[in-house]
Design a protein around this ligand. Sequence first.
Ligand SMILES: [Ca+2]
Ligand SMILES: [Ca+2]
Length: 126
Amino acid sequence: MKRLLRALLPPCCAALASAVIITAVSAVNTDTRYIRGDADGNGRVTVSDVTLIQRCLADLVKLSQADIKAADVNGNGIVDVDDATAIQRWLALYGNEYNIEETVFCQTEPPTVVFSTQGGNDLPFV
Ligand SMILES: [Ca+2]
Ligand SMILES: [Ca+2]
């Protein structure tokens, strides 16, 4: 039994350590989130979000980049009538194939680090 524990313990510890590191990296890179379908950003998905998308399609209002991400419920990169229809179907309890009202976490690219091979006080060109 002791041999079995000795054989299993190191791989288990390594797996646990890896899991902790992955969690820490994810926490660092996740800085924004939105609710899929919440086009007006009020924290809920309602008929108002459908109306806002329709007003946007009629060129009556402009959505921010964050609101566009939330409004693009089918994730095809375009906010169109299909997104509005998907929310309407979800509101009418006809299914939720796009996980509407799911919180989506956005990951940003880590900051670019510029290394200089030249000494002194040279600043990188921007
Ligand atoms: Ca909303
Ligand atoms: Ca879409």
